[in-house]
Write a protein that binds this ligand. Structure first.
Ligand SMILES: Cc1ncc(COP(=O)(O)O)c(C=O)c1O
Length: 458
């Protein structure tokens, strides 16, 4: 509180201040406020640690090929870059506020584009809300729907913000893990080998369950839930009168002919589902931070209440650019010129390249059906090098990822951070790599792997 106020003063008032004022300011900056009352809100308890921060910092400290964080290191498609340029240099009114719940051409094209895919007539004003990235959509949904004591079922491994967002809203996360079955001998496993146990899933539903969070294609596993699996989830949601938040940011990133199915398109599910998407992931422009959430008006109206009392509205120019991108995609949809076809084709090749390369040093990739990511099994390393540096209560994959950054110049993310604390030890032998990268980045990876190959193997 105190610090940020001081920071703001520096920024606004610095030119007006003399040296003396500067000296007292620097004193101010080094003080920290002590309060008799608890400083932070109670809802922040237990969620202040973010493991990403450590891995991002380490990746910057060392000379690494960064395959950790999920962002493309190549340019968005030309039509998207041009759309953004036009949005910033064309109509000057795009520098101003637009409608709170979304720039009208964007909500209109989202309603029409996804309306066809979901088999649902959508009203741009009632069924679509534009948010600050999919992250913003998730936060708005949790705040709008989760109350003190509500239970939220999260399927693990899970994008790591679902748990703290549930807790910040006062809810109670309830975890159910996808269970891997062993790959046939001598073959690579696949994300499809990770399945929900129907009995275990059913046992997680209680009278307090309010929401189930689904993520397909899944981060970090790359699993694309089949229609049959979604039908199981849908049946349980309907039986127990539970809402579904469906995070579908990687919906265009599916490989080998797998189909992405939106759970909202299944019978009876539109009425109880919020479907979340991301322009960042759709158009390889994660910095634009444009996301959306779609659903029935009686649920969406509560998200609008949160939105109008927090963000109020998202940057107009980025929304205008995304609207143009979708208008272009609507014209090309299903044709070879569609970016939503070209992107997975190109990324499928990257995935295969990475799968091939990682094996050369004894990492055992699982073939992902979708998403930006694959996970690699490091059990053999765990057996042959169990004593990697780091606190012994640190899950093995975290010690391994740090060791790899420092000694092999490759950054990946330990998969245990996608698990709740009690389950981390059971899933501490995988690391996640992002393959949505430039060819030259993959070549740099190959070079690092080549020198690693010359060294002792597990
Ligand atoms: C599963 C999942 N959901 C949501 C997001 C956030 O998307 P955005 O960048 O649009 O906020 C990410 C980003 O990595 C993600 O992996």
């Amino acid at each position: 509180m105190f610090r940020s106020a001081a920071g703001l003063s520096v920024h606004l008032l610095w030119p007006l201040w003399g040296r003396k004022a500067g000296a007292s300011l620097s004193r101010c900056l080094h003080q920290s406020l002590t309060m008799a009352k608890q400083l932070q809100a109670r809802r922040l308890e237990g969620i202040d640690h973010n493991p990403w921060v450590e891995f991002i910092r380490l990746s910057k400290e060392y000379d690494v090929v960064n395959l950790g964080q999920g962002f493309p290191d190549f340019s968005p498609p030309d039509f998207a870059v041009q759309a953004f340029q036009q949005a910033t240099t064309g109509n000057f009114m795009l520098n101003q506020y637009t409608m709170a719940f979304g720039y009208p051409p964007l909500t209109k094209i989202l309603a029409s584009f996804f309306g066809k895919l979901l088999g649902q007539e959508m009203d741009p004003l009632k069924n679509v809300l534009v948010t600050v990235g999919a992250y913003g959509a998730l936060f708005t949904a949790f705040q709008a729907l989760v109350d003190e004591g509500d239970e939220v079922i999260i399927i693990e491994p899970a994008f790591d913000c679902y748990e703290p967002m549930t807790m910040m809203a006062g809810g109670c996360p309830v975890f159910v893990s996808l269970r891997p079955s062993p790959a046939p001998k001598g073959q690579l496993g696949s994300s499809n080998d990770w399945q929900l146990d129907p009995t275990e899933l059913a046992s997680k539903f209680t009278p307090r369950t309010k929401i189930l969070v689904l993520n397909t294609p899944n981060n970090p596993l790359g699993k694309v839930f089949s229609k049959k699996e979604l039908e199981l989830v849908a049946a349980l949601c309907q039986q127990h009168d539970v809402l579904c938040i469906s995070d579908e940011v990687y919906q265009w990133l599916v490989y080998d002919g797998h189909q992405h199915v939106s759970i909202a398109s299944l019978p009876g599910m539109w009425d109880r589902t919020l479907t979340i998407g991301s322009a960042g992931k759709s158009f390889s422009a994660t910095g634009w931070k444009v996301g959306w959430v779609m659903g029935p008006d009686n649920i969406m109206k509560h998200l609008r209440t949160v939105h109008q009392n927090s963000i109020f509205h998202c940057p107009t120019q980025a929304q205008a650019a995304v609207a143009q991108c979708f208008e272009r995609e609507q014209q090309h949809f299903g044709q070879p010129s569609s970016y939503f076809l070209q992107l997975p084709q190109a990324m499928g090749l990257n995935r295969d390249h990475m799968i091939q390369s990682l094996q050369s040093v004894g990492l055992k990739p699982l073939i992902p059906q979708g998403s930006y990511f694959l996970i690699a099994d490091i059990s053999d390393f765990k057996s042959s090098m169990p004593d990697l540096p780091g606190a012994m209560d640190d899950p093995y994959d975290r010690r391994f990822a740090k060791w790899m950054i420092k000694n092999k110049g490759l950054a990946a993310i330990p998969v245990s951070i996608f698990y709740s604390r009690p389950h981390q030890k059971d899933f501490d032998h995988y690391v996640r790599f992002c393959f949505v990268k430039e060819k030259t980045t993959l070549q740099a990876m190959d070079e690092r792997l080549c020198s690693w190959k010359g060294e002792p193997q597990p």
